[in-house]
Design a protein around this ligand. Structure first.
Ligand code: B12
Length: 301
């Protein structure tokens, strides 16, 4: 029965069909370190040990060969509430993600996101703490001439792909209350509101993401045809807030839409704490995580 630590790591790694290099990369270690763990000539520190247990979804006792029961100490569905502070997603993660994409190492970039998910971080955390800061940083690098616009486009398109990959499979969706999301007018910055849409979907809402350049008549068509509960609009710049105001004013003219809540967000609202109230929306959210909480509160859930 009980194996050594090295045997455990080797067995788990092979079970996951990973080579030593891939596992090392996930953990930010060298291949030699993994090889040393596996032949029991080195032993990890406590943070790496916990990272290994989280990565393989096993308990520390199992890793150390004290039991053959591999069940993780923290049940996976509760992990997000129990994440050890050592695993919190900080700037290092978004930095690693961005640097990987600048090197065109999309595999490594994806690994950063996968590792965060495997460690139990929610989708909103991946969006708000890894992807958003990375894209903001890319914007600064582009503005200061340190990144060519072509690189910025590549980073954006890879991030779009990752957002799609992180989304729930349609077959696993249980349709909840309907939320309509879109970006204002000519605002081509749609990634943020797509992240919000995906986070809402993950939280159990049925989400219709409508892109941008939506005429009010088309919004009205949607509101008349479908049982929409919340409209979520995004503006990446104050100039686009006018269009959101226009949409809200038009909606408010129809009492049949009184039951529909409106939430707003995006960089067009940054630094203007009361703007959302002034334009007649019901709430403002600074990120995907807040968007989920707002919709839940507005729908009394
Ligand atoms: C990628 C990008 C583009 C892409 C957008 C592709 C796409 N599909 O989105 C393209 C190439 C199209 C683009 C074009 C332009 N861009 Co641009 N772009 C960016 C960049 C690098 C990233 C944008 C992004 O995705 N950010 C990450 C997302 C996740 O952040 P976010 O939108 O804030 O969303 C979060 C929250 O705000 C919130 N949220 C967002 N929406 C909502 C909605 C609700 C309801 C709620 C509750 C919350 C919420 O949750 C999200 C997740 O946390 C930014 C840099 C930056 N600071 O963002 C520049 C940036 C926004 N762009 C900029 C500029 C200048 C432009 C152009 C004018 C460039 C040009 N000369 O053509 C054009 C404008 C085109 C247009 N008509 O809109 C400037 C804007 C400066 C300013 N404030 O005036 C920036 C800041 C770059 C810079 N540093 O100068 N851009």
């Amino acid at each position: 029965m009980n194996a050594t630590f090295g045997e455990r790591i080797k067995g788990l790694r092979r079970g996951r069909k990973k080579n030593q290099k891939e596992l090392a990369s996930y953990l930010g270690l060298s291949q030699t370190t993994i090889a040393n763990y596996e032949n029991n000539s080195r032993f990890p520190n406590d943070t790496t040990l916990i990272n290994l247990a989280d990565y393989f979804h096993v308990s520390l006792d199992y890793l150390l060969g004290r039991t053959d029961d591999s069940s993780p100490f923290i049940p996976p569905n509760q992990k997000s509430k129990n994440i050890n502070k050592a695993h919190s997603v900080d700037e290092g993660w978004s930095g690693r993600y961005l640097e990987a994409l600048i090197r065109t190492d999309f595999k490594e970039a994806w690994r950063v996101l996968e590792l965060a998910s495997q460690m139990g971080h929610t989708l909103e955390t991946v969006y708000d703490k890894i992807l958003k800061p990375a894209l903001y940083k890319a914007g600064v690098l582009w503005q200061t001439g340190k990144l060519d616009v072509a690189q910025e486009h590549f980073i954006t398109s890879e991030t779009e792909r990752f957002i799609s990959l992180l989304r729930k499979k349609p077959s696993t969706i249980t349709p909840g209350p309907l939320v309509v999301t879109f970006a204002a007018d000519d605002d081509r910055h749609t990634l943020g509101v797509r992240m919000v849409s995906s986070a809402l979907e993950e939280a159990g809402y049925n989400v219709m993401f409508l892109g941008n350049q939506l005429p009010f008549n088309s919004l009205r068509f949607i509101l008349n045809q479908y049982p929409v509960k919340v409209v979520a609009m995004s503006a990446s710049h104050p100039v686009y807030v006018n269009n959101i105001t226009f949409m809200i004013n038009n909606m408010r003219e129809h009492s049949s839409y009184d039951h529909i809540s409106v939430i707003v967000g995006g960089q067009g609202f940054h630094g203007k704490p009361d703007l959302w109230k002034e334009i007649g929306s019901d709430a403002y959210g600074e990120d995907a995580s807040t968007a989920v909480k707002l919709v839940s509160a507005l729908l009394g859930q």
